[in-house]
Design a protein around this ligand. Sequence first.
Ligand SMILES: Nc1nc2c(ncn2[C@@H]2O[C@H](COP(=O)(O)OP(=O)(O)OP(=O)(O)O)[C@@H](O)[C@H]2O)c(=O)[nH]1
Ligand SMILES: [Mg+2]
Length: 504
Amino acid sequence: MVARTHKPQLSDPFSIVLQPPVDETPAERQQRVELEQEQKRVSDQIDDGLAKERADKKKRSKREVKVLLLGQSESGKSTVLKNFRLKYAPLQWKAELRSWRAVIQLNLIQNIVTILDVMQDRLAVMDSEPVSPSISSGLSSFSPADGRASIDSTVSELTLATNGRSANIIFTQKHRVLNLRLSPLREVGDDLRRRLGAADPEFTFANGDDGAMNGLSDIADAGLRKSSREFGVRGWIGALGFPATAKKPDEPMLVDEPTEILATLRDDIISLWEDLEVRELLRIKGVRVEDRPGFFLSDTGRIATRTYVPSDNDVVRARLRTLGIQEWRITLEQSDHFGAEWIIYDVGGSRSMRHAWLPYFDAVNAIIFLAPISCFDERLAEDPSVNRLEDTLLLWKAIVSSPLLGKVSLVVFLNKCDLLKRKLQSGVQVNKYLISFGNRENEVGTVVKYLKDKFKDILRADASQPRTTYLYATSVTDTKATAATLAIVRDGIIREHLKHAEFV
Ligand SMILES: Nc1nc2c(ncn2[C@@H]2O[C@H](COP(=O)(O)OP(=O)(O)OP(=O)(O)O)[C@@H](O)[C@H]2O)c(=O)[nH]1
Ligand SMILES: [Mg+2]
């Protein structure tokens, strides 16, 4: 046998570099071996750390529960998210309450501007009409003792004919003064929008024209006037300034310009909202400010002050339209249950944003679908040719028939039951809009049952595979009732998640 000498493999440049020096002394060798052992120990430690991190991440992702909130715009998705945070992350929630002041002030201002728009239209008609003899005779019979006008000097009688009805609306100098005094609130509203939108990198604010005001685009398409359009943001965290604004919950809040102006105009705002002529005009025009999202006029006395701090309920009721997808990582503060980490995706619900939902379909454990059932007589803001309930049912059909969602738990909230009840009590007939409702009783329980069956029918007929779905009648602005529903939903989702997780 020929003895071989151990030669470096010239084809491998590393083997040359790694060879010990030819003239190495025993002491140097000892030192080198010790150094190599230490390096290996450190390297093994790093490898172990990485392996543990990978295992932890896998374990964590099994523990994480991912929920997608779906439904058309204004269905209540963000409101469910708020309820979840209020119940399961109360410390974080409390710390952020004050950051919502600007949104609530903007909501209140929007309520006022809606009324001013209607009032100004009427005033313009009055100003364009010559004073007729009948109006002059009306003037002579009016006296401040009617209790209608304290600053009265000019009184006009306006005859309106809307939807075949007519009414006499008496606008006085008081209304003109209120209109003048409250008009600067339009500018304050624009300032608040600018401020809230400033943290949004894609936000642009085209002042005065109908151009690209981000977040208003698809509502703008519906031809609404600029002041009636809705404001939205891509992320609450940026817009509301969390966590910077949330740092010192006990310090008095800064009295900024919008707060100062609202406090100064508090009595005028109350006067406008309590005015009987204004209320009658709104009624005739079918403008139900009190049923619109973000209605705060009844709380003006409390909100339009220098010391106002939002309450839990104010924040739950505040309206801030969602643009795009917001991801919320929520660590349950009061629970050592399995599932302590929840990731909730809150999406924008208007039609132009729905294409962004798809990538999240196969990444979630559960979907909570929000169906606003009070909307049976309303139309989509972004497409007035479409009935809102019809749109919701079509969305539900698309969701249950999607093969991507075959393994996802589905929960339905038949939402806005409080508004449904009010609407039915005011005399709106369901069968006028939903012919198949027939002669059933026009009462909330019957309507809820009828619609629940509709959702179940669609599930039976169109589901990609047989599945159980839980349906709940909700009013998610009622935080106490919603907390109870969420606890049941949470347990159900965790149970389903555990079943699947065992096989991951
Ligand atoms: N009265 C009442 N108001 C509700 C209910 N659910 C939601 N709202 C209000 O309706 C408005 C719209 O709710 P959001 O949660 O912002 O709706 P959304 O589905 O997130 O809408 P987008 O972000 O546009 O997709 C808010 O002002 C809520 O306070 C309800 O059950 N009853
Ligand atoms: Mg939203």
